[in-house]
Structures are given as C-alpha cells and as structure tokens.
Design a protein around this ligand. Sequence first.
Ligand code: PLP
Length: 481
Amino acid sequence: LDPEEFRRQAHLVVDFIADYYSNIENYPVCSQVEPGYLTKTMPQSAPLQPAPIETILQDVQKHIIPGITHWQSPRFFGYFQSNGSTGNFLGEMLLTGFNSVGFNWLASPAATELEMLVMEWLLKLLQLPNSFSFSSSGGGVIHGSTCESFVCTLIAAREKRLQSGTKGDALGKLVVYCSDQTHFSLQKACQVVGISPHNVRSIQTKRSMNFQLSPDALLTAIEADVRAGLIPLYVCLTVGTTPTTAVDPLLTLSEVARRFGMWVHVDAAYAGSACICPEFRHFLDGVEGANSFSFNPHKWFLTTLDCCCLWVKDQSDLTKALSNDPELLKNKASETKKVVDYKNWQIALSRRFRAMKLWMVIRSYGVTGLQQVVRKHVKLAKHFEALLSADNRFEVVVPTNFATVCFRVAASDELDSNPLTQSLLESLNGSALVYMTHAVIEGVYVIRVAIGATLTEEKHVLMLWDMVQQHATHLLAKYIS
Ligand code: PLP
C-alpha cells in the first residue's frame, strides 16, 4: 500500500460517492434490472492485469449502480430504513483503514475499550437499568445483526438451563415463545441453536390489541407446555415490531416469564433509536425485567450496516456459553480476567472495529443531533398519517407509534381492499419514483411507509402523498367503471 497513491485514489472514490449523493434523486429508487443482468455484462473470469481506479469507477457507474436499490434515496420508504451519515462513513473509513481484529483485549485494546465506552454511553442515553452496565454484572457488545444477538442469547439461555440440572432429553423439551409479529429471524436463530420448530410458539396477536403480545395468552401457552412436560426457555418481546411497530407490554410479560425461570429478550431493532428521546423512552418501560436487550443502530441511528447493540444483565451467562481458551491466544491480560475479550461474547473469532463508526456518529452529531433526526422523521410520519386519516378513501390500520405508517385503501361493501391496496403499492413502486413495502396482518394487506432515510424532507413526503392520491384516484376509477 503506497500512502500517496492511496491518498490520490481515495480522493477519487470520495468524489465519486459525493457525486452519487448529489445525483441520488435521478436514479429509480428500486433497481429496474432483470435477474442475471450483471453476468451478461461482466467478464466471466477474473482479470489478469490490474486496472486503474478511473476505469474501475467507470464500471461501477455503468454496471453496478443500475443494480443498486437506493436505500439512501430520500424517497426510499421500504422495509425499515438503513440510514447513514457523513460521520458514519468517515468512521467506516477509519475502521477499515486500521483493519484491526479485536478478538481479545490485547489484539487491539482501543477496539475493546471504545466498544465498552460507547455501549455505556448508549446505556445511559437509553436509560437502561444499571444492571445492564459493566459497572454492575452486565455489559454491552456490538454484534453484526439482531439475528446474531438472538443466537447468542438463546445459547446463553440454553446453557444456563441445561447446566441447572435439567436431565434427560432436555434440549428437545426447550420451548421458545414469541408473537406472530416477532421478526422471522428468531425462528432461524432457534434452528441454529437446536430448538425444534415444533417448540417455537408463535402466539397469535389481535388487531383489537394493536398486535401486542398478550400476557394472558403467553401464560396459557406456557402452562400448556409445562403440563405436557416441556421446559419454557426463552421469550422474545418486541418494541417496534416489523409489520406494524407494535410494542409489547414488557413489564407484565416479563413478570409472567420470570415465574417460570425463563430468559427474557427485548428486541428493539428498529424503535430502540427513538428511545434516546425522553418523550419515547416510555416504550422501554419494563425493560428492567429482561435478561437482554438489543437494538440496531444500522436502522435509524445514522449508522450503516452492520451494527447491533446487545446488552446482557449477567455477562457470565454469555461468556460461559461462548468462551474458548486456545493456546494460540493465551496472554497475560486475559489471564488477569480484568479485561473484556469480546470473542467470548459472540459467534465468530474475528470482529470489526464497529465501535469506531458508532463513536464517530455520536461525536459528530451529539445526542441533540441524533434526537433531532428521530423527531423530524416522527413528525413527518404523523403528518402523513394525518393526511391519510382526513381522506376517507384510506384507512390507517394501526396508530403510528414511531415513523412507520401502515395504511390501506378503505374497505367498503363494493371494494375488496386487499387486491386494491396491493395494486396501489405495485402502481406506486412501478413509477420508480418511490419505494415502499407491505405486510399482511390478520389477513389485511397494508402498505408500510417507513420514513427514516437521512435525506428525507417534508417535500418528499408531500410528493409521496400527491402520488398516493393520484394513483388511488386512477385505480378506483378503473375498479368502479
Ligand atoms: N427485529 C426486528 C424488529 C426487525 O425489524 C429486524 C429487521 O428489520 C430484525 C429483528 C432483524 O435484524 P437484523 O437484520 O439485524 O438481523
């Protein structure tokens, strides 16, 4: 690596990215390419000779950008956003530049200590109970994804339960509980840790209860399993579910779970970021009853993939289940047991220096800047919700808790809402000017409008509203005639 040549090439890449952001609104939000498009244009074997950066960037412009769905577009309203920021991009550059592999403290003390520091900052910002802090028996770790946090906490819960004297074919008897709104990655995590899909109870929720998991329904399910000789292990509660951003009642649910000695995990992947604002913190009330809590800065915290923050109340639950002590890594610092070796808090050995980008984000925007981002998006979402509510052609299906609005074409005797709402979504997305996704809840097809891209402003939401009205007018005229 020649530093001067690196400087020259990196400047070209920064210019390229800056131009990409200047032009982002000129691209179709969702990529319009056909499957296999790239294999038709790219050489099928690796090039023998090196190419100059200028040529490579031309290829990126010509071949890669057409196949990109522009999640950073201000008119991207799909899934949940994965927003980014200047602070984050620069943090990514630094962490990639250092490319240090902080599997234990010695391998890169700054990587471990910055991660611990940032996790303690966030703990205070989210007003998490002190029991999740390093100053108590807990602590926080940055994983790549919520799915990884599910796997690690499930393994911790499993080992704790199996070590507590449970005999016989205990693994086959362990049961995991969640709601039918819980993110589907929990199912996969259960498969990974050896919990049979037959032993995952996906408890039905109701629209009349805003799709919250009911403590009574949880209790009924647990009691039935206990009567059948099964062992309740773990319940996943969600603050901000993926389909509708529902919030489970944490306090009562964790009280139910505690009666059976279960592990309680709170997944706030999307909505956790909002809880840094005092006015939204109440959504986390009851988190003190949980064994673990996670949220994804890579959704709504100006931080790009991959970044999931996980706290546990008792760090030894994780480290007992995930530690190893190979000769190759033995060192004096680890032997003192006074340092954190994060390899024992995760699946992989090697790990990225993710704290660098999260620290850069917090330093660059400050708490007030990050709160402003959340408040702006929530305000825009509330405005969009109000516009929909005032038009009797539409129905807002659940109250907007955060910045994701779920709506459909209002049902009537003459109109079957589901196909019409689906056609409306297809028609809007077909314009390539905006992009949204859908959910089906209690048989109802809804359009989800997730407002949270960093560049989204009021004008983009108003443009979306104009489009929704125009496309609906057109479709309804066709449907009725
Ligand atoms: N939990 C919730 C509530 C989510 O919305 C998502 C993704 O959207 C996930 C978990 C999965 O997150 P990850 O992709 O980090 O595993």
